[in-house]
Design a protein around this ligand. Structure first.
Ligand SMILES: *Cc1c(COP(=O)(O)O)cnc(C)c1O
Length: 437
């Protein structure tokens, strides 16, 4: 007796509608479904949203225009849109203990840009982690608008330990007197010391912006320290460990609420995406449950198990391990660089990203006033970045992490060929379907 769960039946019905009307596109979606279900998703930025989140994304709120904020919209008919946004805001504030939440940013980058717009004037100095050391494009890359508008100074990580160089960061803050300090990274595997950043920001009279795009889901589950009590503004995504829809969010105290809201709309964005905001509300609801706290703890336990296995297999794991959902490693001891490794692993059904590694940049990272994004994007992609958010959602545990670590190493050494490895990856993924039904 097999009973199809309602969510799965609804998804199947939706695909059926597409198949009848637009088989070409339906084929693409089925191909993506197949890819996600038969390979291992180890990208540190990805996850599997719940059927409830997907249902909100595919809801009639996708049709609604809602410029402005609840109770003050530029369009009629916003009663339900207002209710959805108020619910998302209330849940986000409660989840993170914030005085104010703006749930409209279309992405993590949009949230960071709006935070800058609220706090800074063009030409202001910003101290942020250099891109070769794990800073995001919004932290000073000349390829991003922010890098054009503001004068970024880069602090870095110690080339040996891989840890943030606190002394150097403090010295740079004293020397450059930035208007804002940004803490946050796309690849840092350890908890940041928010109290330290707050102390330096206070000392030099800077705003502290925490870009918690990666760890915010761990924060929600109580598995990572919360930046909200320390930072003036916290920027985040909702689609990484937090497991919600693709989007962004800003948290701050009530004194900055008006400036943040105006910086999001109308300064940097247009109409809010109400279906996504509804889906964010669903995700915040899920993230406030004991089940999500257990998930967050398991994500970290899995990342530690994966890091330990990769180290045992001979890869050089940055900082020797992880406190979070992500780890970075140099595959060079196995005779392969990051970029080639990513290709070999993709062919074997292990999907992950390349990244820069400490000490592997252009040197600009710790050179003081050099632009944070001096290295071209991906120029120093020596390393591999892996995360456990998605595979943990699938229900995998430490034993599976050991199996994945072993498979990864066997692929890189050539001990296991692509076809055979692909079969192993498919079998493991198949035993933990992301959307059982
Ligand atoms: C992922 C990430 C972002 C950007 O998120 P998008 O939704 O891709 O724009 C910004 N900052 C950091 C630190 C990130 O990890």
């Amino acid at each position: 007796m097999s009973v199809t769960p309602p969510a799965e039946a609804a998804a199947a019905a939706a695909v059926e509608v597409l198949r009848r009307q637009d088989p070409e596109l339906a084929e693409i979606l089925l191909g993506e479904h197949h890819r996600q279900a038969t390979t291992l998703q180890l990208s540190a930025a990805e996850n599997f949203t719940s059927p409830a989140v997907l249902a909100a994304l595919g809801s009639p709120l996708a049709n609604k225009y809602a410029e402005g904020y609840p109770g003050a919209r530029h369009h009629g008919g916003c009663e339900q849109a207002d209710a959805a946004e108020r619910l998302a805001v209330t849940r986000a504030k409660a989840l993170f203990g914030a005085g104010h939440a703006n749930v409209q940013p279309h992405s993590g980058s949009a949230a960071v840009l709006a935070a800058y717009a609220a706090l800074l004037r063009p030409g202001d100095t910003v101290l942020a982690l250099g891109l070769p050391d794990g800073g995001h494009l919004t932290h000073g890359s000349p390829a991003h608008l922010a890098g054009r508008l503001f004068r970024f100074v880069a602090y870095g990580v110690d080339a040996g330990s891989g840890l943030v160089d606190h002394d150097r960061m403090r010295a740079l803050a004293r020397a450059h007197l930035p208007r804002a300090i940004v803490c946050g990274s796309i690849a840092y595997p350890r908890h940041l010391d928010h109290a330290f950043f707050r102390e330096v920001a206070d000392e030099v009279g800077a705003y502290l912006v925490a870009d918690a795009a990666h760890p915010i889901g761990l924060v929600a589950g109580g598995a990572a320290p919360n930046p909200v009590p320390y930072a003036d503004v916290v920027c985040a995504t909702t689609h990484k460990v937090l497991r919600g829809p693709r989007g962004g969010m800003i948290l701050c105290g009530s004194e900055l609420a008006g400036r943040i809201d105006r910086a999001v709309f109308p300064f940097t964005q247009g109409g809010a995406q109400m279906h996504t905001i509804a889906a964010k509300a669903v995700a915040f609801g899920e993230a406030s449950t004991p089940a999500f706290a257990a998930y967050a703890r398991q994500v970290v336990a899995n990342a530690r198990a994966l890091a330990a296995r990769l180290a045992a297999e001979g890869l050089a794991v940055t900082t020797g391990g992880t406190d979070t959902h992500l780890l970075t490693a140099d595959p060079a001891p196995l005779g392969v660089d990051g970029r080639s490794a990513r290709g070999l692993l993709a062919a074997a059904g292990l999907v992950l990203d390349c990244c820069a590694l400490p000490g592997g940049g252009t040197g600009a990272a710790s050179a003081g006033a050099a632009p944070a994004g001096a290295a071209p994007v991906g120029a120093a992609a020596r390393g591999l970045r892996l995360g456990t958010a998605a595979v943990t959602t699938q229900g995998m545990g430490e034993a599976e992490m050991a199996a994945i670590g072993s498979l990864l190493a066997r692929v890189l050494t050539g001990e296991t060929g692509a076809a055979r490895a692909r079969g192993e990856a498919r079998e493991l993924a198949g035993a933990f379907p992301p959307y059982p039904g």
